[in-house]
Design a protein around this ligand. Structure first.
Ligand SMILES: NC(=O)C1=CN([C@@H]2O[C@H](COP(=O)(O)OP(=O)(O)OC[C@H]3O[C@@H](n4cnc5c(N)ncnc54)[C@H](O)[C@@H]3O)[C@@H](O)[C@H]2O)C=CC1
Ligand SMILES: O=C(O)CCC(=O)C(=O)O
Length: 525
């Protein structure tokens, strides 16, 4: 049974995909609620209030997935989660419309002094002349960051007769044309826009994007909006530019620190604020909660997750194609690790045929996960595999080749270190399954599953018989047996499979047989 903790206020109806699933026990309550021991939690759902720090992750050793019911994941330490192999998923588009509508509402309210006028009337006054506003019609809106929310805002602004100029370094001119907006430079947007609204994520590049220097390039009388993330507009610089009368007003839904407490911006009449309400609609909260709850369930059911921050996204179709190779790659990683039980500082994966047409980086990560499984304490999966390899000084290479060795596809793994190398090759045959077709240069053919024994020996009469005799004496049934050699009388290998693992005593006896070079056990699922 998976233990799921829905921290923050997450709409219960949206948790339905998990609540109706018999494999999950869902607790709704804060991190410190004590409803469930943090050590046992398999999945954590958050909005923006819970800060998923490295320390919190350390206190949750069973945690496998964090779901962010929303877009921004700046409250989650993605690097720390990735290092620990924890998948992070979000709900990227469930609150787009709500946030775009909120931004538009803030813009209209800002231009018509609605919050100030509202407070005035409520206080018993009627000062109509104090609240003369500006039309939106005919004004130029500058949008910084034309992603999901920025584009929805652009549509609404155009419907109100505004012109829209955009700065987004990752947007193509073709896409801007489709959206009917003018793509421009940052400086040009600063210089020409009557209203500027930011819609980027908070990153190293966007932190303080609007600061003393860049604000000084804006038109006198400009209005600013931030319904994205606190910090994109430098708050102290903004307060200064309002105080000197350069910026006419600002609408803010977000702050660098939330709640902002006693903040200089809050005492300025021309600043209107909301408490991070962009996504706070019934519709958006149902959408995002349903999206992440579905993702978490898919993850535990080994189905594809569509919106992972630290795993490649895949459609169902692609997932179904890649799944058999994913399993093969993971098993090959384990096989190489066990057969070549030595120090490794380079691992290269080579793909051919239909395997090369897939998302090979995902397969290489699965291969690494299999390789590390019995080598290190830390749980390794596709999320942290590359990080762990780097940390351990293992260079990971990936190649694609046109040579499929007569198969429809191959996955070849070479592990090397200390002047020695070991290569394994596998293939996936439709309607038949995975096969390992070469080990250390020996042609062989076996199904990678169950309890296997890999024996290197000299190709001499009686070796195979002696192995069979010892196993028979111990009442061990050999399920399958494959042999391979390069030349008569030289080195050879055997791969045997059993219904149950062999005891240490049996392994010692087998090792002591004449002409046996090495013996390695491999346990595959
Ligand atoms: N106030 C609220 O309640 C909500 C706030 N948000 C925030 O809104 C922001 C935008 O969300 P979405 O539109 O869904 O994201 P998105 O990922 O669809 O769009 C972000 C856009 O910013 C652009 N961008 C990135 N770096 C840039 C830079 N240095 N300069 C200019 N453009 C840059 C990207 O190319 C992309 O087009 C995020 O910060 C998100 O966290 C989202 C939902 C609710
Ligand atoms: O959970 C919320 O209401 C915040 C939404 C938000 O800021 C986001 O989705 O990035």
């Amino acid at each position: 049974m998976f233990q799921v903790l829905a921290a923050d206020s997450i709409k219960e109806q949206g948790l339905q995909p998990l609540l109706e699933w018999k494999q999950a026990q869902v607790y709704s309550g804060g991190i410190d609620s004590g409803l469930v021991s943090l050590e046992k939690v398999d999945a954590l759902l958050v909005r923006s209030a819970t800060k998923v720090t490295a320390e919190l992750l350390d206190s949750m050793p069973s945690l496998k997935i964090v779901g962010r019911a929303g877009v921004g994941v700046d409250n989650i330490d993605i690097t720390a989660a990735t290092k620990r192999g924890i998948v992070v998923v979000n709900a990227p588009d469930g609150n787009t419309i709500s946030t775009a509508e909120h931004t538009f509402a803030m813009m209209a309210a800002l231009m018509r002094n609605i919050p100030q006028a509202h407070a005035n009337v409520k206080s018993g006054q009627w000062n109509r002349n104090q609240f003369i506003g500006n039309e939106l019609y005919g004004k130029m809106l500058g949008i910084v960051g034309l992603g999901r929310i920025g584009s929805e805002l652009a549509k609404r602004a155009k419907a109100f007769g505004m012109s829209v100029k955009v700065y987004d370094p990752f947007l193509t001119t073709e896409r801007a044309e489709v959206l009917g907006v003018q793509l421009s430079t940052f400086d040009n947007v600063l210089q020409e826009a009557d209203i500027i609204s930011v819609h980027t994520p908070l990153t190293k590049e966007t932190n303080g994007l609007l600061n003393e220097r860049t604000l000084s390039k804006t038109k006198k009388g400009v209005y600013l909006l931030n319904c994205a993330r606190g910090g994109i507009i430098d708050e102290m610089a903004l307060a200064h530019f309002i105080e000197i009368g350069h910026v006419a007003g600002a609408a803010l839904d977000v702050f660098k620190v939330e709640p902002p407490g006693d903040h200089p911006l809050l005492s300025l009449d021309s600043v209107i604020v909301t408490p991070h309400l962009g996504a706070s609609t019934r519709e958006a909260q149902l959408n995002v909660a349903t999206q992440v709850a579905t993702e978490i369930r898919s993850f535990f059911e080994n189905k594809p997750v569509a919106n992972s921050i630290n795993l490649p996204a895949m459609s169902k179709d692609i997932y179904e194609k890649i799944q058999p190779f994913h399993q093969l790659a993971k098993q090959m990683g384990k096989i190489v690790s066990e057969c070549h039980n030595k120090g490794v500082n380079e691992l290269t994966a080579t793909y051919s045929g239909t395997a090369a047409e897939l998302e090979t980086s995902y397969l290489t990560k699965a291969l690494l996960a299999g390789f590390f499984e019995n080598r290190i304490e830390v749980k390794v999966n596709e999320v942290n595999a590359i990080h762990i390899a780097k940390e351990r000084g293992i260079m990971v290479g990936e190649k694609v080749t046109g040579n499929s060795f007569g198969y429809a596809n191959t996955v070849t793994v070479t592990a090397s270190g200390d002047g020695e190398a070991f290569t394994a090759r596998g293939t996936y045959i439709d309607h038949y399954g995975p096969r390992i077709v070469s080990l250390d240069g020996f042609n062989i053919d076996f199904h990678p599953s169950g309890n296997l024994l890999y024996i290197q020996h000299m190709d001499r009469p009686g070796v195979i018989g002696n192995v069979g005799r010892i196993l028979g004496d111990h009442d061990v049934n050999i399920a399958t047996m494959q042999v391979g050699r390069k030349e008569a009388g030289g080195e050879a290998i055997m791969v045997l499979s059993f219904d149950k693992p062999l005891s240490d005593e049996m392994l010692t006896k087998l090792e002591s047989l004449q002409d046996i070079v090495t013996i390695n056990t491999i346990t595959l699922s």
